[in-house]
Write a protein that binds this ligand. Structure first.
Ligand code: PMV
Length: 300
């Protein structure tokens, strides 16, 4: 059995593609993979009705093929079965967790050591099939869990962040997730048209990430919440919010959340709200009204 974490992006998505830092939180839930005997090389996710061979043409099949090709060592023809503990396509990092858990299961079954660099590179090969130009943030969070500051690079910089007090979050899926590659492409187009304004927004997001990290480290949840809310406004300026995501953030704050923002690529998907003991239940109720999945998470 091999496990990888789902994740929430606390701050910094999209800006991280352009070298700015981001803060990610690994979830306790994620994806669990194991190699089962027989059947040849296949990837099966029975809960999602997925059963593919690497020769198939679907994205998940091509990602599986890319992962097999990128892993060092002799794998044989393994059938990998995966049990999802997070919804797919919701911005919770399911594709990255799928890649990391599958790679870990394959390496354990074949009996070779997979160091962090080789695992990161193999998961990157799979993530490129889904996301085109991934920053690597999702699979770094899938590998390590916990709170993480991430800066893209060769090699990427990953710094664990130690929270003074655990953060209490509510995550709600407001709409089906949009295509991450298309959302990243939309920001690239806007940046090409409005380079000065968009670079300023990316720098402002980086400043909020620094402020939020400090707030996490000293336990200042009010400042963290404010940084998240302002980050949402800047994501809207990048063109990745929607009326439904904006409305959910407003509803969460009206119910007492300390801050709220979209999380992940935007265009749909999830919002994350920072809550305290008094606001947790009202925020869950307010966000449940949009009809999608709502989960509570404690991180740090
Ligand atoms: O929607 P998700 O969870 O795949 O998040 C994408 C995060 C982006 O910053 C938008 C893209 C990336 O590769 O970092």
């Amino acid at each position: 059995m091999a496990f990888a974490h789902g994740k929430i992006l606390l701050l910094g998505e999209h800006a991280v593609v352009y070298g700015r830092p981001a803060l990610a939180a690994g979830l306790d839930r994620g994806m669990t993979a194991s190699v089962v005997d027989g059947g040849g090389a296949r990837l099966q996710i029975p809960a999602w009705g997925v059963d593919v061979s690497p020769a198939d043409s679907s994205a998940v099949a091509r990602a599986f093929a890319a992962l097999l090709g990128a892993l060092p060592g002799e794998l044989g023809g393994p059938t990998v079965r995966v049990e999802p503990g997070i919804p797919g396509g919701a911005g919770l990092g399911s594709s990255a967790a799928l890649a990391v858990a599958t790679a870990r299961a394959l390496a354990a079954h074949a009996g070779f050591d997979l160091d962090d660099d080789a695992l990161f590179d193999a998961a990157m090969a799979a993530e490129r099939v889904f996301h085109g130009n991934p920053s690597g943030l999702d699979h770094a969070a899938a590998m390590h869990g916990g709170l993480l500051r991430y800066v893209r690079g060769m090699p990427p910089s990953l710094t664990p962040v130690v929270a003074n007090t655990p953060l209490s979050l509510v995550v709600a899926q407001v709409a089906p997730g949009a295509d991450t590659g298309a959302m990243v492409g939309g920001v690239a187009e806007r940046r090409a048209r409005l380079p000065v304004a968009i670079e300023a927004a990316l720098d402002a997001i980086a400043a909020l990430v620094d402020r939020a990290q400090h707030a996490v480290e000293v336990g200042d949840v009010v400042s963290l919440g404010e940084a998240m809310t302002v980050n949402h406004g800047l994501l809207a300026a990048l063109g990745v919010s929607t009326p439904a995501l904006d409305a959910a953030c407003h509803a969460a704050r009206a119910a007492g959340a300390l801050g709220a923002k979209l999380t992940g690529a935007g265009g749909g998907g999830c919002v994350v709200a920072l809550v305290d003991d008094a606001s947790a239940d009202p925020v869950v109720s307010a966000l449940a009204e949009s009809g999608g999945m709502v989960l509570r998470a404690s991180v740090g």
